[in-house]
Design a binder for this molecule. Structure first.
Ligand SMILES: Cc1ncc(COP(=O)(O)O)c(C=O)c1O
Length: 365
């Protein structure tokens, strides 16, 4: 087969016979919601991150919303957050009646901690750093600001399972860490799923109540909650993936190194990695001119690409309608030039070579 005909998807879910067998066993068990596998996954994932407790939810969006509620965020509160993130980082802030205060990015496309302090006022309740693309936000700076101003920190680690900042796993720094298991993530379920991890027992208990109609006992509803429960099939899928996560990360990092090597002589900006961060390359994002032409060229060669994100959160129509227009120059400029190349644990060197070769051709056009 000619190299130009090698199909390269954007991502691919890991599936094996153990998953098939154990998922089938759950199907046959008749126990589907918040049972032994969910509890086991909560315990093992909390352990993996280095936190004492975890609560699964039906998505990371839900885990973030439930955590904000359990942290006591109320109408009128302000939450500091980057605009360069998936919209679901920000949606839950609106759902609890609070207001996002958007911060521009630093040179690594993460929340610029230097810009946070000037936005803190009496209404500020917390900071949501996002560990975007599998990289880590500057947690020491963010934590010291949070401590100084008595703010909570909720880490959105949806894209960064296993990433580390100064040798410690992301998601274990703040009051809460939230992760997504959406099928493109570094650890996936076979559908939607998310989790919050924490060392705060009261917080996790409140999240567990809120996700299940506000109850601990079947017929006693102490809070007005939701149905945001996780299910046993997803947890079983996740338990097996969790065993393989270290090798998934090794392969993602190898793939990123190979891209770095193959693309180093082009006039495009490649991802960077600080010495004190263990990046897990959920995404491999480059910056280049003529992005749209390149996307089209690659599409014709059966190579999938993504843009994370073409429209930052502060410019999303639903947000502008509520908050009016804010300006974040670096974020806006960056969103015009970025392109995510395919990266996933089962990507082959042949596929990576093909992507690089076609990208070089596309740029020459
Ligand atoms: C940074 C970030 N936050 C939150 C989410 C929401 O995750 P979920 O789809 O599990 O609700 C995602 C997923 O796209 C994400 O990438």
């Amino acid at each position: 087969m000619k190299k130009s005909q090698i199909k390269v998807p954007c991502s691919q879910v890991y599936l094996d016979d153990e998953i098939r067998e154990k998922v089938l066993a759950v199907l046959n068990s008749g126990k589907y919601i918040l049972n032994d596998n969910c509890r086991k996954f909560e315990e093992e994932f909390a352990n993996f991150v280095g936190r004492r407790y975890a609560a699964l939810a039906n998505s990371a969006t839900s885990a973030i919303q439930l955590s904000l509620m359990a942290l006591g965020v109320e109408s009128g509160d302000e939450i500091i957050v980057p605009s360069l993130t998936a919209f679901p980082t920000v949606e839950p802030i609106f759902h609890v009646g609070a207001k996002p205060v958007f911060i521009d990015i630093n040179d690594e496309y993460l929340i610029d901690h230097e810009l946070i302090e000037e936005k803190i006022n009496k209404k500020t309740k917390g900071i949501i750093p996002v560990h975007l693309y599998g990289n880590s936000a500057e947690m020491d700076k963010i934590l010291s600001l949070a401590e100084e101003y008595d703010l909570f920190v909720l880490e959105d680690a949806s894209q960064a399972h296993g990433a580390e900042f100064r040798g410690q796993k992301v998601g274990s720094f703040g009051n809460v860490g939230c992760f997504s298991f959406y099928p493109s993530k570094n650890l996936t379920f076979c559908g939607d799923g998310g989790i919050m991890v924490t060392n705060d027992e009261k917080l996790v208990e409140k999240v567990k109540m809120l996700r299940d109609h506000g109850r601990k006992d079947k017929y006693l509803h102490e809070l007005i909650g939701f149905n945001m429960r996780a299910n046993e099939i997803q947890a079983t899928f996740g338990l097996i993936q969790l065993k393989h996560l270290p090798e998934f990360t090794i392969r993602r990092r190898e793939a990123a190194q190979l891209y770095n090597q193959l693309l180093k002589n082009l006039s495009i900006k490649l991802p960077s990695e600080s010495d004190h961060v263990h990046h897990v390359y959920h995404l491999y994002v480059i910056q280049l001119d003529n992005r749209d032409k390149v996307v089209q060229f690659l599409k014709e060669k059966d190579i999938c690409t993504g843009i994370h994100y073409p429209v930052p959160c502060h410019l999303q129509p639903a947000v502008v309608e509520i908050m009016g227009k804010v300006s974040l120059p670096k974020t806006e400029e960056y969103c015009r030039n970025i392109l995510s190349l395919p990266i996933f644990p089962s990507i082959t060197n042949e596929q990576i070579n093909n992507v690089a070769e076609q990208l070089i051709q596309a740029i020459k056009q």
